[in-house]
Design a protein around this ligand. Structure first.
Ligand code: AMP
Ligand code: ZN
Length: 466
């Protein structure tokens, strides 16, 4: 079977065909860096990580671009509330974001362009839209005229006829609901509440709307027409709908071939979100001593188009699954002697794994194939029918599949430590990142008093009994 993805636009599974053989251009909407991202946000980034890793495993050269939104309504509101400058706030949370990506084993995109570094590109695109008759001005702000683009609404499958008359209404907010689909803002005229957040440009004094940044930056980094665009389902409307309108009207090109959206991480049926207050940051969980790989497991192991319910029993189940893989690895490492080289089992596991992921990233099927393999190899180990050669092949397979999942790696000895010890190790790592070396040393001493020693390795900190 060929690699297929469910495309939000066509509402069908489509065979993936890249624009350029062997290459994939991938654009994913990144965080608004006004606070710590919560693990709901990371569900989206985890799905995109799986996608990018799998495309790479399938032999594609992936050019993955993720934007950082560093000018936007929420950011400016936070600056006003805290008295901090935009730059101070966004630098702190961009750094935190990258630390969290590393903690979760999310591989880096090729570039993370920030909106404020691309004001010129946005101004140029808005000017093009103006020249082509897609905009109008009101109170110094510039709006996109919905009625000038007849395909508006195709992605979210809304009927524009049923919406309010675009000409009679417009919306200044960056985020709004489908029933208020109206002409949206491209350039916001300066208002006093914006403080020192403004640019003096040919469009006047002001700042860009949120949607234009992704249109301007995707063209710059991936060209007018590229392969895949992702985000969470909440991005479909209005953000991606508006991106399509802006990009298609400005360039005349098709824009994106495949639109992939992940369902939400939910808590008791409700979207995990800052506004509902039902969220955990990654740091909350890591500080409780939860192994980040178990969090990774929880975030990745539900199919991306299914809502994923976050609960602590799911974390416990993930820990157990992880322990099973780690015990298996350890057993393989210790296996000696001669026997079945396990080539046939390895090949059929890999075939099942690929077949599942080719089917719109069916991760449950892929993990199922791996557990079936673990069961079969454990049986061979119990019965003494395999030996060092088989174990070597099985470990090589796990490593190959781990390049896709990031779940089957060698965890060193950290997994044997109790949770309060792991919590201390994580706090020490954070202290080191914060350059609070006195605190880091203090935690090292506390660990020593408990009978544990930390070793810093290129793969991170490991803890061992003294
Ligand atoms: P935001 O910072 O709200 O713009 O969100 C950044 C990214 O995280 C977007 O792609 C959202 O779709 C995604 N996102 C936000 N909340 C959740 C959630 N609870 N589950 C999955 N993805 C989410
Ligand atoms: Zn975007």
């Amino acid at each position: 079977m060929a690699l297929c993805f469910y495309d939000t636009l066509s509402r069908k599974k489509e065979v993936f065909q890249p624009l350029e053989s062997g290459k994939v251009g991938l654009y994913t909407c990144g965080p608004t860096i006004y606070n710590y991202a919560h693990i709901g946000n990371f569900r989206a980034y985890m799905f995109e990580d799986l996608l990018s890793r799998y495309l790479t495993y399938r032999g594609y050269q992936v050019r993955h671009i993720m934007n950082l939104t560093d000018v936007e309504d929420k950011l400016i509101r936070t600056c006003r509330e805290t008295g901090e400058s935009l730059q101070t706030l966004t630098t702190r949370y961009a750094n935190a974001f990258f630390e969290d990506l590393d903690t979760l084993g999310i591989l880096r995109a090729e570039a993370y362009p920030a909106a404020t570094d691309h004001i010129d590109e946005m101004v140029t695109m808005i000017k093009t839209l103006r020249e082509k008759g897609h905009t109008y001005e009101a109170d110094g702000s510039i709006y996109f005229r919905l009625s000038s683009y007849e395909d508006y609404g195709k992605l979210s499958h809304m009927d524009l006829e049923e919406l309010r008359d675009g000409a009679s209404g417009r919306v200044d907010n960056d985020e709004y609901e489908a029933d208020s689909a109206r002409d949206f803002v491209l350039w916001k005229a300066y208002v006093e509440e914006d403080g020192d957040v403004f640019w003096e440009t040919e469009l006047g004094k002001g700042r860009p709307g949120w949607h234009i940044e992704c249109s301007a930056m995707s063209v710059k980094y991936l060209g007018e027409h590229f392969d895949i665009h992702c985000g969470g389902v909440d991005n479909i409307f209005p953000h991606h709908e508006n991106e399509i309108a802006q990009s298609c009207c400005a360039t005349g090109a098709q824009f994106v071939n495949y639109w992939l959206h992940c369902a939400h991480l939910v808590v008791d049926g409700k979207k995990m979100s800052k506004s509902l207050g039902n969220f955990y940051t990654l740091r909350d969980l890591v500080d409780q001593g939860i192994d980040p790989v178990a969090i990774r497991w929880v975030l990745i192991s539900t199919h991306y188009r299914q809502p994923n319910n976050f609960a602590f029993d799911a974390v416990d189940a993930a820990k157990q699954a992880l322990q099973r893989i780690r015990d298996f690895r350890r057993r393989l490492t210790e296996c000696q002697g001669a026997g079945d080289d396990l080539q046939a089992l390895c090949a059929s596991c890999e075939e099942e794994f690929v077949k599942a992921l080719d089917d719109d990233l069916n991760i449950s099927g892929a993990l199922g194939a791996v557990f079936e393999f673990v069961r079969a190899v454990n049986k061979a180990l119990d019965e003494g029918t395999t030996g060092a050669e088989g174990a070597k092949n099985a470990l090589a397979l796990l490593d190959r599949l781990d390049s896709v999942t990031g779940l089957f790696g060698d965890a060193g000895t950290t997994d044997e430590a109790p949770e309060e010890i792991i919590a201390l190790v994580n706090q020490r790592q954070q202290a080191r990142r914060d350059k609070d070396f006195a605190l880091a040393d203090d935690i090292r001493d506390r660990l020593a008093a408990e009978g544990w020693v930390i070793e810093d390795t290129p793969d991170g900190a490991r803890v061992k009994r003294i």
